[in-house]
Write a new protein. Structure first.
Length: 251
C-alpha cells in the first residue's frame, strides 16, 4: 500500500508542477509581503506581521485549488489505463488500492501546498522575523488539514463522479467551507424549514473557516480552540473510511 502511495506522489512530481507551484508561491509572497501596494478596506498594510495572515489566506486558496486539480484525475486515470486490473491481479484488494491512491493524493497535495508556504518561511528568515517562525509553522500545519480533507473528498468522489462535475463540487465545497461561519449565522436567522434544512446541510460540510480562524489565532498568539481542528480530523478519518466501500464495476 505504501508503494502505491509513493508511486502516486512520484508520478505527480514528474509533471514538474511542484516546481512551478513553488515559483508561483514565491512570486505571490514577494508581492504581498514587500512594497507598499497592499491595502485592505482602503487602509495601507505596511507591517510584515500584518501581511502574513493575508499571505496565508492567499496561499490557502491556491493550495486548495491545487488539491482539487491533483485529486481529480489520479483514480480515473488508473481505470482508463487499466492499471487497476494489473494491480488487483497481484492480490491487492480494491479497498487497499483506493485507499493507497487517495492517501497518495493527500500526501501530494500536502507537499505541493507546503512548497507554496515555504516561501513565507524564507521571507520570515530573510527579513529577520524569526520570532514569527514557530507561530507560522504551527499555523501552516493547522491549515494543511483543510487541504488534506479537500483532497480526500475529491479523491473519493472521483471514484464515482465524472471529473468535470467533481471539480465543480470540489470548488463549491471549498467556498461553502470557507463561508461556513457566515452560513451558520444565516441559518440562525432563517425561520422554519429553510433554517432547519440549512443547519442540517452545514453539519455535512467541513468548517474550513473555523480551522482558518484557529490558524490565525496561533499566528497572533491568541487562545486556540482545538475542537474545530479535531472535528476536521474526524471528517478526514470518515472520508478515508469511504475508500473501503465497493468501487465501480470496472474494477
Amino acid at each position: 500500500m505504501l508503494t502505491i502511495t509513493m508511486n502516486t506522489f512520484k508520478e505527480k512530481v514528474r509533471s514538474k508542477a511542484l516546481y512551478i507551484t513553488s515559483i508561483t508561491g514565491f512570486i505571490l509572497m514577494l508581492l504581498i509581503t514587500t512594497g507598499n501596494g497592499l491595502s485592505i478596506n482602503e487602509q495601507k498594510v505596511l507591517l510584515f506581521e500584518d501581511r502574513v495572515p493575508v499571505a496565508m489566506s492567499v496561499m490557502q486558496f491556491l493550495g486548495s485549488l491545487l488539491a482539487i486539480m491533483i485529486s481529480l484525475q489520479t483514480i480515473p486515470n488508473e481505470f482508463e489505463r487499466k492499471t487497476t486490473h494489473l494491480i488487483l491481479s497481484r492480490g491487492v484488494k480494491p479497498w487497499q488500492y483506493m485507499f493507497s491512491l487517495t492517501t497518495g493524493n493527500i500526501f501530494t497535495s500536502l507537499v505541493f501546498t507546503l512548497s507554496i508556504y515555504s516561501s513565507l518561511i524564507v521571507f520570515c528568515l530573510v527579513l529577520g522575523k524569526g520570532n514569527l517562525l514557530l507561530h507560522t509553522l504551527a499555523s501552516i500545519l493547522v491549515l494543511s488539514i483543510n487541504t488534506m480533507l479537500l483532497s480526500g473528498i475529491v479523491s473519493v468522489l472521483s471514484i464515482r463522479v465524472p471529473g468535470f462535475i467533481n471539480g465543480i463540487v470540489g470548488l463549491i465545497l471549498y467556498f461553502l467551507g470557507v463561508f461556513h461561519s457566515l452560513l451558520e449565522t444565516v441559518s440562525n436567522v432563517l425561520e422554519g424549514a429553510k433554517g432547519t434544512l440549512l443547519q442540517t446541510c452545514l453539519w455535512l460540510i467541513p468548517n474550513f473557516s473555523e480551522v482558518q480562524r484557529q490558524a490565525s489565532n496561533i499566528l497572533l498568539s491568541r487562545t486556540v480552540d482545538i475542537v474545530p481542528v479535531l472535528v476536521q480530523l474526524l471528517f478526514l478519518y470518515i472520508v478515508l473510511g469511504l475508500t473501503f466501500l465497493p468501487v465501480r464495476k470496472e474494477v
